[in-house]
Design a protein around this ligand. Structure first.
Ligand code: 5GP
Ligand code: ZN
Length: 112
């Protein structure tokens, strides 16, 4: 059993609007969107944040980051998007399972 919210979404224990999945990662819509399109991309493996990564994660992180523009285009973000990755209290991280925010499609609200 895990207490991690995003592990529970990954495992189907908590519902989410999943828009993409593969062997490395999962993407689902943010429950409190700060833009017309706002989704999160998480590694399948529980990694807390960038402080919790090692050189052995180089391939995984690279593959996920290369996948983001593809998912963004599938979501209609052809003109571009913002990617945000919060790390630790100093980065105002709230959920401690690493996630890229991907935002676009219009004005952003409440997101600095
Ligand atoms: P952080 O501040 O950790 O970078 O961002 C956490 C994000 O997760 C927030 O944008 C928040 O709206 C989103 N979030 C929190 N709980 C849930 C949930 O249960 N489901 C989904 N889909 N998103 C969530
Ligand atoms: Zn987790």
């Amino acid at each position: 059993m895990t207490d991690c919210l995003f592990c529970k979404i990954r495992d189907g224990e908590i519902p989410a609007d999943i828009i993409y999945k593969d062997d490395d990662c999962l993407a689902f819509r943010d429950i409190n969107p700060k833009a017309p399109v706002h989704f999160l991309v998480i590694p399948r493996r529980h990694i807390e944040n960038l402080f919790d990564t090692t050189p052995s994660d180089e391939g995984l992180l690279g593959r996920i980051q290369l996948k983001i523009p593809q998912i963004a285009k599938e979501q209609g973000l052809d003109s571009g998007f913002r990617t945000v990755l919060n790390t630790g209290p100093g980065g105002h991280q709230e959920v401690y399972h690493m996630h890229y925010h991907v935002l676009g499609g219009g004005p952003f609200t409440g997101f600095n």
